[in-house]
Design a protein around this ligand. Structure first.
Ligand SMILES: C[S@@+](CC[C@H](N)C(=O)[O-])C[C@H]1O[C@@H](n2cnc3c(N)ncnc32)[C@H](O)[C@@H]1O
Length: 395
């Protein structure tokens, strides 16, 4: 691997995250409010608020560690200070990690952090473009059991090569922070980068997850691989998905066959989801079509239950991370799209109804209903808007 192009020539501080200590740029210089940083202005990227994102990586890595006996190797394409790799080695007991970043200062920081954590023999730092890093690990024997891609903004330019670097049965995790594109706020950019027509609905976070999974499934299929989502989350300014990678045309066909359109009807400010439409049916549709989107399951109950088992163990994973997983696993995603109760109440000029009360009433009347694991204030139901309005008015 390459020698550092730069040094740690900036002021640093030592922080503790999870069970490890690492050196990061002095955060005070990039702080804009007590709890807010602009890490992209720092010489090397480190965002303390993304601990929850790295916590998920640790939970998934722990599930794999408990089931696989052989040596496990983690790939970190855009590693920043290297904290994710260090946590996977330390907290999940993986054997080796390759932490890469195109920045020389990041490279130097990773080397320093590996030394500080006595991981020089198991943590290999490199300084190259992420696509080259993926190709450098594309030969069988060099591929990763888990690869994490965590870029600034959209991951689309790096997805294709990821699938060369992950083993059959391995896991790829992808973060996207271009939520304005994924959520349909920037419609033209969504079209350009993801090849989708989406617009801002009350359930835009779910749309964002399904747009990202669509891009991941298509990139996988180009390498004759399929994906099985393990866990998909959206918080604050990012969407993150973990998918199991399965080699073979059969798997590729299966995952791309989940890419369909969501039919919606616009009534005032509300978008009512009307079900999933296959590509062949598009011509007959007289309502709005959003997508194409990945319409399969966005998580695996089995995996999340195994991740949740770690809640009772000695762990420094945030309580909120477990709480969100519990909400996610209670979300019945057989129905795609949801209704924004706050938006609906505002259209009806009534106070926002209690979500749990509405769910209770719907279930009593024999409808399916649950809260959305993605969008706050949204409920997923097979009841139509007419029934919902009737129930809200009767409260
Ligand atoms: C969002 S930060 C990664 C944060 C890190 N994964 C973490 O959990 O703390 C994105 C990183 O990607 C690096 N980067 C940007 N473009 C890159 C490229 N083309 N190849 C490799 N690294 C790149 C940046 O230097 C930056 O450190």
């Amino acid at each position: 691997m390459e020698k550092p192009g730069n040094e740690v020539d900036f002021e640093t501080m030592t922080i503790r995250e999870g069970m490890v200590e690492v050196i990061v740029p002095k955060l005070d210089y990039y702080r804009v409010s007590p709890n807010e940083y602009v890490p992209s202005r720092a010489p090397v990227f480190y965002n303390p608020l993304m601990k929850e994102n790295r916590d998920l990586t640790v939970l998934v890595a722990n599930v794999i560690r408990r089931e696989v006996e052989r040596n496990l190797c983690f790939g970190d394409s855009m590693a920043g200070v290297g904290v994710r790799s260090i946590r996977v080695l330390t907290e999940a007991g993986w054997d080796e990690a390759y932490a890469n970043d195109s920045s020389g200062r990041a490279f130097a920081t990773i080397v320093m952090n590996a030394r500080m954590n006595r991981l020089e023999d198991r943590l290999h730092a490199s300084k190259m473009d992420a696509n080259i890093f993926h190709i450098a690990h594309s030969l069988s024997g060099n591929r990763f059991d888990m690869l994490d891609l965590d870029p600034f903004g959209t991951p689309v330019g790096f997805l294709d090569t990821c699938f060369h670097a992950v083993k059959h049965g391995g896991v790829l995790s992808v973060t996207a922070t271009d939520t304005a594109n994924l959520f349909g706020v920037h419609k033209r950019a969504a079209r350009m980068l993801y090849g989708v027509n989406v617009l801002k609905t009350g359930f835009m976070r779910e749309i964002g997850v399904r747009v990202l999974l669509k891009a991941v499934a298509e990139a996988a299929a180009r390498s004759e691989r399929g994906i099985d989502p393990i866990v998909s989350v959206t918080r604050r300014h990012y969407v993150k998905v973990f998918v199991k990678v399965l080699k073979g045309r059969k798997h590729a066909f299966k995952s791309v066959s989940q890419i369909k359109f969501l039919k919606v009807r616009r009534i005032g400010k509300i978008y009512e989801p009307l079900g999933v439409v296959d590509v062949e049916e598009i011509g007959n549709s007289d309502s709005l079509l959003l997508g194409p989107l990945y319409t399969g399951e966005t998580y695996s109950r089995e995996w999340i239950e195994k991740m949740l088992l770690q809640k009772t163990e000695k762990t420094l994973v945030d309580k909120d991370v477990f709480k969100n997983l519990e909400i996610l696993v209670s979300d019945n995603q057989k129905i795609i799209g949801s209704i924004d109760l706050t938006g609906l109440a505002s259209s009806l000029r009534v106070n926002p109804p209690s979500r749990s009360l509405i769910i209770e009433r719907l279930l009593k009347e024999g409808f399916k209903a649950c809260r959305s694991g993605f969008d706050n204030n949204c409920i997923r139901t097979d009841a139509g808007l007419v029934e919902l309005v009737r129930i809200i008015r009767s409260l």
